[in-house]
Write a new protein. Structure first.
Length: 460
């Protein structure tokens, strides 16, 4: 069974990462205490934490560990959400929101500590994450975020324009902020390393076995594939933006409450030593305040790993090389001629309010989706929390803001229209943020055509 995705050109990560462990398909009947669907960051993290607690666990994966978004992303380790700030999260979820904010605050360090503890070689560099602002008025976004995250103990600081110029080697930005806990990794290497850790501790992973359905029978969860089935006392669904890509019957409500948006990643040829002395010389991860994000980080071979958004056409990769190449030359004139050795893509699971969707599916069954471009650090920590939920820990002990399922009825139509939002982002990116009569602007609340339709057509 094939995914509906456009294609998967070979990524930088696939080219440089040693192969993962040889794994079997699920054929016939099997059982475990906890069954996990999806061998991405969330599923692998949950399985590893369950095995550390002595719980029998098995993962069912449609392709291979890290095949989906967990192995195709940019590898930036960012301990925040895309748009909602701590006060927004707490206003929506109360005490659970405060626990979730703490989870976010610590999520990057949790990932790096896990990689060190299990000696996973994932090219990890905890050099920090910088979010520069692309227009003068947007410095108020940085100030707000530093104020709110500082209040909650995060190691953040405001950066003036001169500091950003020095740290990034560019005059393109007007200040920003720095979170010292962030950084970057090789995401496919992390996925394969986590898979090996699960196996080494007695967990099982079945691959090339897309889950077709799951149901509750006789106090057990039954997951069926084309060639077998597996039952468990508890169930974790960890398929995010790929929930509907291998079959429409698995969890349509979850598949239809996130928008899979194609994200393109790119890697240049290795930069010269002279260029690296001024272009992000501290090797931090960087992604700015554009809706159409400008982002970059180095890999272990000194390639600049970046990307962009473009309407998908047969020549999208070629056009993107030209567009992003000119962007890099505009941001960093000292870079010289830009050559891209790798261009690849994968889905990001987007929601209209940029908050994740975390659900109880029934007794001892849980799911989440909607990474909104922040899955690397977030997924590892959510996986750990889902492992506790599957062991029966009470909700008041968890940092999981559970919500009700809320799929789009017109999901298919909205998915086809979603690429048009690129034009909206570009228009918003060009605007300045003025001071209002009552002071600096408040947090932007994204109200798109999709959320309007959602409110009108939301299922009960």
């Amino acid at each position: 069974m094939q995914s509906n995705e456009v294609r998967w050109p070979e990524s930088l990560w696939a080219a440089v990462t040693p192969p993962g462990p040889e794994l079997p398909r699920l054929i016939g009947a099997a059982q475990a205490d906890v069954v996990i669907i999806g061998a991405g960051f969330t599923g692998l993290s949950a399985a590893l934490h369950l095995r550390e607690a002595g719980v029998d666990v098995a993962i069912i994966e449609a392709a291979e560990p890290g095949w989906g978004a967990s192995g195709r992303n940019n590898g930036q380790v960012i301990p925040t959400l895309t748009r909602p700030d701590p006060d927004d999260i707490v206003a929506k979820h109360g005490a659970t929101g405060e626990r979730f904010v703490t989870l976010l605050r610590d999520s990057a360090s949790v990932l790096f500590d896990l990689a060190r503890r299990y000696q996973i070689q994932a090219e990890q560099e905890q050099a920090g994450w910088i979010q520069p602002v692309h227009s003068p008025g947007r410095i108020r976004i940085a100030e707000r975020r530093v104020r709110q995250w500082s209040k909650r103990g995060a190691p953040v600081e405001i950066l003036l324009r001169e500091q950003i110029r020095t740290m990034l080697g560019s005059d393109a930005w007007h200040g920003g902020f720095w979170n010292r806990n962030g950084g970057h990794i090789n995401p496919l290497a992390l996925s394969r390393g986590l898979a090996q850790c699960v196996l080494d501790r007695g967990g099982r992973i079945f691959v090339r076995s897309p889950a077709a359905s799951f149901e509750r029978q006789n106090n057990r969860w039954i997951v069926k594939t084309a060639d077998g089935e597996i039952s468990g006392r508890a169930l974790i669904l960890a398929t995010n933006a790929y929930t509907g890509e291998f079959g429409k019957s698995l969890a349509p409500d979850i598949a239809h409450e996130v928008m899979p948006v194609l994200s393109w990643q790119m890697a240049t040829e290795p930069l010269s030593e002279a260029a690296r002395k001024t272009i992000i010389p501290g090797r931090q991860a960087m992604s700015d305040t554009h809706g159409e994000l400008y982002f970059a980080r180095y890999d272990a071979r000194n390639r600049l790993v970046t990307g962009g958004a473009i309407f998908n056409t047969p020549d999208a990769a070629t056009r993107l090389k030209d567009t992003v190449g000119k962007r890099l030359q505009r941001l960093w004139p000292q870079i010289g001629k830009v050559k891209f050795d790798y261009v690849w893509n994968g889905y990001v699971g987007m929601t209209t309010d940029f908050l994740p969707r975390i659900h109880r599916l029934g007794p001892d069954a849980f799911a989440w989706a909607g990474c909104n471009g922040r899955a690397v650090a977030l997924s590892i920590s959510i996986g750990q929390q889902l492992s506790l939920a599957a062991q029966g820990h009470p909700a008041d002990d968890l940092a999981l803001p559970f919500t009700e399922l809320a799929p789009y009825i017109a999901h298919g139509l909205l998915r086809r229209l979603a690429p048009l939002m690129l034009m909206v982002y570009r228009r918003r990116d060009a605007r300045e943020i003025p001071d209002g009569p009552s002071g600096p602007p408040q947090p932007e609340h994204f109200i798109s055509w999709a959320s309007t339709l959602r409110n009108r057509w939301r299922t009960n």
